[in-house]
Design a protein around this ligand. Structure first.
Ligand code: LMR
Length: 335
């Protein structure tokens, strides 16, 4: 009798001791990989998401952010997401075709957005939601669009008129629309991972490239490019995506908290995007390493007219209905 009482006490004591151990379960780890520097719109937004998501889940979720292609380059990160080696990415919208969703290349059409207001009509409206839904069939869940900005064109010669592009080897992201855009002005486009661009420019493997100023500056591309044309000829931004199975498998309360954190991180990203790009442009100017080229309204109109070919040539690829829906939102009229 006495012994059994003693045994019971022991069992209760052991259970009490064990309780705190089991209550402190290992956190759910979300690996978030990206290719840009930390001080860019995407880099800062990823860090902000980590901060608020970890605070709000009170240690139940740990977000590990890997910037600057530290973990994976462009193509590899997409594969890693599908395999479950990472859980979250924010690739540029120009990089979704290898996933089998070519429609995202609508964002690459030159001159399709004149400003962020027109862009947000798409990214924050029904067309944007419809595009994200297309990822589901690929095992990917789309959470949000994050802004970056409008692209400048850089090279070692001033790119002012469309004739200046002739024969220039220009690095592009892996988008057929960007390939058409460069060919429409006689340039020779070369697809290359973002992490390799600086060196390719430095060694002359390519002559130039395009990117928003925040990427140009943080990768020091302006140090190996003599001229930067302030053309705003196209847009570069992101979709934040997760492995669908991983997302569906999260405890419902955690998923809700993370969705809230993503909503706030998206507002943060979109608030810093323009400011970051303006600051980067000012820093490039201050560095004196490359010279700015501005376009007259006539020269810009000439670029737009020539690059309209990229619209025509990719109607079938992107889907004419989708392109027209975007035209309706943004007011773009083909030449
Ligand atoms: C690029 O490859 O130029 C960009 O997509 C990089 C990025 O993620 O902003």
């Amino acid at each position: 009798m006495k012994l059994s009482k003693c045994f019971k006490t022991l069992v209760v004591a052991t259970a009490a001791l064990a309780l705190p151990m089991s209550a402190v379960a290992a956190p759910i780890v979300i690996k978030f990989s990206h290719v840009v520097a930390q001080h860019t719109p995407k880099g800062q937004a990823a860090d902000y998401f980590k901060k608020i998501a970890e605070e709000r889940t009170k240690g139940r979720v740990k977000i590990e952010v890997y910037p600057n292609s530290q973990l994976y380059k462009d193509k590899e990160e997409m594969e890693a997401l599908q395999l479950g080696a990472v859980q979250m990415l924010a690739p540029s919208l120009a990089k979704f075709a290898p996933l089998g969703v070519k429609e995202f290349e609508v964002f690459d059409l030159p001159f399709i957005f004149d400003n962020y207001t027109e862009l947000h009509k798409v990214t924050q409206g029904p067309v944007g939601a419809k595009l994200l839904a297309k990822l589901e069939a690929r095992g990917i869940h789309g959470l949000a669009y994050w802004d970056n900005g409008f692209k400048v064109m850089s090279a070692n010669k001033p790119l002012k008129t469309t004739a200046d592009f002739k024969g220039q080897k220009l690095r592009i992201q892996s988008s057929k629309v960007l390939d058409s855009q460069m060919r429409s002005v006689g340039a020779n486009p070369q697809v290359m991972a973002f992490s390799e661009v600086y060196q390719a420019l430095q060694t002359g493997v390519v002559d130039g490239t395009e990117n928003p100023p925040s990427n140009l500056y943080t990768q020091k591309m302006h140090e190996v490019q003599k001229y930067v044309t302030l053309s705003d000829h196209g847009y570069l931004g992101y979709a934040v995506i997760v492995n669908k199975k991983f997302w569906a498998g999260l405890p419902a309360d955690i998923r809700t908290i993370l969705e809230g954190a993503m909503k706030d991180a998206t507002k943060f990203a979109n608030d810093v995007a323009k400011k970051d790009n303006d600051e980067a442009l000012a820093a490039v100017k201050k560095s004196g390493k490359s010279q700015f080229v501005t376009l007259t309204p006539q020269e810009r109109a000439q670029w737009k007219k020539a690059m309209d070919k990229a619209h025509k040539d990719n109607m079938g690829r992107i889907g004419a209905d989708l392109v027209k829906e975007v035209y309706k939102e943004t007011g773009y009229s083909p030449k």
